[in-house]
Structures are given as structure tokens and as C-alpha cells.
Design a protein around this ligand. Structure first.
Ligand code: SAM
Length: 288
């Protein structure tokens, strides 16, 4: 291929490639290699250490599902902790819920925040300046180790893969602290990769979460630029009886939260159906 193509370097034997219209930023931050470029179809694309994090074109399935599902399953979440997510997409979607009183976001790399604000401003939108938002530059594991017991209702982990700086967010120590700082009905959702290519990510981390959470499951989202079929989002809650709400209940909670039917992927039916796992994914979960 010609030199204005870029190849994702996540897997040793398979990759997706983008034709670059214009390279906007290429830099090494204190934590990772950052590339942000313009494409004709996907809009602007952010790569960290050679791995696609977000594209303007398909950010919506991931952000809607990683956010609306835990908040509406909980049903009364007021305090939300977001780990990673430097592009601002999770923060924006969390703050769409008028029922949320406080959203703390802890991202390790200030460059990811600054460059996302500068080059992909609509992903975070006005959420950066929302008075309910508290954006902290720091390591997620250090933050959870110091946070008070039962201080959050929902934790959303929008991390890089378990390589490099994101690795600590997939450890026993991290999940144990998350369980401690969640309120009694608390829920944690983690990005767990694409099981067709990365089944261990869901298998190993679900086993780890199971040590600290009585209820562990997962749900799926189809993300075009996380190639390899469904992506898995790990779901764990402290309340074993917190079951999947009926579709009508999800719809009622969404309305109360002020979600105005302007989503592109999430809907009450999609939320419910997302927990129906193809067996090759379901088998990655701890069997009772
Ligand atoms: N949606 C993307 C995905 O699933 O591939 C992830 C996007 S988001 C940009 C991931 C962010 O996690 C990155 O900005 C990275 O800097 C941040 N991150 C990685 N390790 C971290 C840590 N230990 N504490 C806080 N943030 C971290």
C-alpha cells in the first residue's frame, strides 16, 4: 500500500488500515504514542500505541452502550466514576442523564484530553464545562485506592487494552478497590475487548471480578472499528439480585433521566438484547 495508509498494530496476523487524508498530530506523550488523523469516511481517528481508540464516525455505539446500560440498570445512580475515556465521549453521555449529580473522570494522559478537545470537540461536547464534571489527570488505580468507601454508584472503565499504561486497570487490586468504593447496589462496567480475537480479556477479567462481586456478566456491542465481531463489555454488580430490568422499565428510567430518543445505537430493546450472548462469548464468563 502507499505511504499515506496507516495499519493498526493490535494483532500480529491481522489488521485494519485507514487511508490518511491529513495527519493532524503525531507525538509521544509521557505515557503513549499518539496519532490523530483525518480520513474521508471515518472522520478523525485517534490511535494510541498503534491501536484505534475512537473515530468520529463510529464513536456512538460504544459510548451509548458503555454508559446508558449501567446507569439505567442501576436506575438511581447519582455519583459516577469514569476511568480513562480521555476523548470525553463517556463523560458527555453520562451527563446526558439529568439524574446524575456528579461525574468524576480520571484520565492518566493530559495530552489525550487536550488533543481530543482541540481536534474532536464534538465527542466531549459541552460536558468538559458541566458543573457536575470533575476531570482529574491521574492514574485510575491510584485514584480508586484513595477514594472513600461507597462513594460511587457506577464505575465505567473506558481504558486502553491491558498492555502498557492500561494494564493496572485489569488487575485484582483494581477490582477490589472498585468493589470497596461502590455503594451497595453499585455496578462496574469495563471494556473487555473483542472476544473473537481477545477471549482471554473477558475470561480472565471476569474471573477476577467474580472474587469481589457476587454478580458478574457481560453484554455486547457491535463496533465497526474494533474489528473482529462483537465487543464485550464486562458487567459486575454488588447486588446479586439486581437483574436485567424489563424493557418497559428501562424506557421509563430513560425518560426520567431525560434521554430524549436521540441515540443512534442504544434503545431499551437493544439494552435488553445485548445481554443475550452468543455461546462462544457466554463461555468466557465464570460458570456457576
Ligand atoms: N474507547 C477506547 C477503547 O476501548 O479502545 C478507549 C478510549 S480512551 C481514549 C482510553 C484511555 O484510557 C486513554 O486515553 C488512556 O490514556 C487511558 N488510560 C490508560 N491507562 C490508564 C490508567 N491507568 N488510568 C487512567 N487512564 C488510563
Amino acid at each position: 500500500m502507499t505511504e499515506n495508509w496507516i495499519h493498526e498494530s493490535l494483532y500480529p496476523t491481522w489488521c485494519q488500515s485507514f487511508k490518511i487524508e491529513k495527519m493532524l498530530i503525531e507525538k509521544k506523550s509521557a505515557f503513549q504514542d499518539i496519532k490523530l488523523f483525518e480520513t474521508a469516511y471515518h472522520g478523525r481517528v485517534l490511535l494510541l500505541d498503534g491501536v484505534v481508540q475512537v473515530t468520529e464516525k463510529d464513536e456512538f455505539p460504544y459510548h451509548e452502550m458503555i454508559t446508558h446500560v449501567p446507569l439505567l440498570t442501576h436506575g438511581a445512580a447519582k455519583r459516577v466514576l469514569i476511568i480513562g475515556a480521555g476523548d470525553g465521549g463517556v463523560l458527555r453521555h453520562v451527563l446526558m442523564h439529568r439524574t446524575v449529580e456528579k461525574a468524576v473522570m480520571v484520565e492518566i494522559d493530559a495530552d489525550v484530553i487536550d488533543l481530543s478537545k482541540q481536534f474532536m470537540p464534538q465527542i466531549g461536547g459541552a460536558s468538559w464545562d458541566d458543573p457536575r464534571a470533575d476531570v482529574i489527570v491521574g492514574d485510575g488505580i491510584a485514584y480508586v485506592a484513595k477514594a472513600e468507601d461507597a462513594s460511587f454508584d457506577v464505575i465505567i472503565v473506558d481504558s486502553t487494552d491491558p498492555i502498557g499504561v492500561g494494564e493496572v486497570l485489569f488487575t485484582d487490586a483494581f477490582y477490589q478497590e472498585c468493589a470497596r468504593i461502590l455503594s451497595p447496589r453499585g455496578i462496574i462496567v469495563n471494556q473487555c475487548g473483542v472476544p473473537f480475537m481477545q477471549s482471554e480479556e473477558l475470561e480472565v477479567t471476569s474471573r477476577r471480578r467474580r472474587q469481589f462481586f457476587p454478580h458478574v456478566s457481560a453484554y455486547v456491542v457491535s463496533m465497526p472499528t474494533y474489528v473482529g465481531g462483537f465487543m464485550a463489555l464486562g458487567f459486575a454488580s454488588k447486588d446479586a439480585h439486581l437483574t436485567l430490568p424489563a424493557t418497559s422499565e428501562i424506557a421509563a428510567r430513560a425518560q426520567a433521566a431525560g434521554l430524549n430518543g436521540d441515540s443512534f445505537y442504544w434503545s431499551p430493546d437493544v439494552q435488553h438484547a445485548a445481554f443475550a450472548l452468543p455461546p462462544y462469548i457466554g463461555r468466557c464468563l465464570p460458570q456457576r
